[in-house]
Design a protein around this ligand. Sequence first.
Ligand code: ATP
Ligand code: MG
Length: 580
Amino acid sequence: MAEKSIEEKKAEIEKKYGKPNNFLEDIVEDDLANGRVPNDTVVTRFPPEPNGYLHIGHIKSICINFGIAQKYHGVCHLRLDDTNPAKEDNEYISAIQKDIKWLGFDWGDKVYYASDYYDQLYEIAVRLIKEGKAYVDSLSPEQVKEYRGTLTEPGKNSPDRDRPIEENLRLFKEMTEGKYPEGKYILRAKIDMASPNINLRDPALYRIKFAEHPRTGQKWCVYPMYDFTHPISDAIEGITHSICTLEFEDHRPAYDWATSIDGIAATPHQHEFARLNVSYLLMSKRRLLNLVNLKIVDGWDDPRMPTISGIRRRGYSPESMKDFVARVGVAKVESMVDYSLMEFCVREDLNKRAKRLMAVLDPVKLVIDNYPEGKTEYFEAVDNPEDPNSAKHQIPFSRELYIEREDFMENPVKGYHRLYIGNEVRLKYAYYVKATSVEKDKDGTIVCVHCTYDKESKGGTTADGRKVKGTSHWVSVKDAADIEVRQYDKLFKVEYPGSTTGDYMDDLNPDSLKVITHAYGEPEVKQSKVGDYLQFIRNGYYCVDCKDSTPEHMVFNRTVTLKDSWAKQQQKQNDPKKAR
Ligand code: ATP
Ligand code: MG
């Protein structure tokens, strides 16, 4: 039988796995068609450094790496890239694992640590020295920089570059034995100080560091550098596609150098894509750690943090974030994605799944004077009108209710359709009511609105078919659940934190959290559990706070408003008349 052409093979691959969705999938299909993938098994890896919690940017990388493995029936390894013991911590390792699982991805038993390869890396380093391909350098960090040259000028050879092999071996061994202080020596690859690519001008392979490593403890006082460790870890694990962000593009020649060292069996290839940047958000573990250390936020999982644990606590669903990342797409040019697109995806998803409840956040009492005292009747509410099979729940109604303060106006402005004296509105699920009078305290603040109800309007329709324009949500005073509500907003008030003065701390939003200590919910709110997706009708999407909520004192976090109130607010600031 004639050998199939590449085109035929490609068509078969596309039929089996589906059309490529982006340039990385193009590459994978091309590699499969050309027989460049051993055993036709695509192996990717997600390689976080455990020096902080994962953020929204990482979601993109996780979806790409685990997504490609899933689509092409391959595997994706979780590799903890732990080569910088000073900054790494086991707390971060567990958090990373929890976050990836929450997104719905699974690495099975394929969890690896770069530190697992320290012995192998060390042997390779010794071999390079023996072959005259690496040397121990005594230049100081400043001198190394000076000797390196610039983008336009070649570098200069270090005076140690021709140190005899025997001496290099002895010095490297002594470095390993802890004989020298940090910074005294480094081990460098002997490649080419005149290379147009700076990363090939004798890159450092090992540095001295006296730090306890979370996994290897005190065993080592020399640690391999990223550009040496990463490609060799990929090769050891049989990674076929090493996918990373664009800032590593200039490191690709160093990657290719390392994977072509004699005796390295596999030759993985590195491919770069543009990182995810979202307006209003800081996406750097180092900066996020700074916010945690300065106690600007309540830890890594503060609901205002763009960390996966933060958005989980905030009430975002994993599905909405996967949808967001898919909409953003995979490209090779850096761009800034609008924060409102992310919130749009969150709302789209929550609209489909959130249980609707009534809660009054800024209460004023509404007394129905002609409703019997002591009577309670129940109205049935559909949990989620978007779901045809939705469950239902009962809501108690009585003579005294809470409504939102803004749902009544003593002197209504033009176009106000809610409650004012003489006006009739619908109480959601219940009756039509008409306001009759108000009671005020000595400061003139309204403390109670009186009204009458139309007994015939049960369920919100009347015999004469008359219509009202406004509908208010409400909570029965004697049945109300007293709850705490945390109104979260953006942590930074400008699109590009740091753009105002150069210091992102100057751009913090002072109103990123408003706590309502006493809000009132219908009794059903007490059934809510951590992980439930909720909508407080007309107020926004909410969730139960996983840290501070208890059955006695329930705490709810605002996930997202129902509409993009931010855009409106901005508009108001610019033109107060327009944004009514
Ligand atoms: P940070 O700057 O926040 O510390 P990092 O790139 O140092 O991020 P790593 O732990 O090295 O974080 O990241 C693991 C993987 O996630 C890497 O392959 C990296 O390219 C990718 N990644 C990190 N940030 C983003 C982002 N904003 N968008 C897409 N991928 C990202
Ligand atoms: Mg990093």
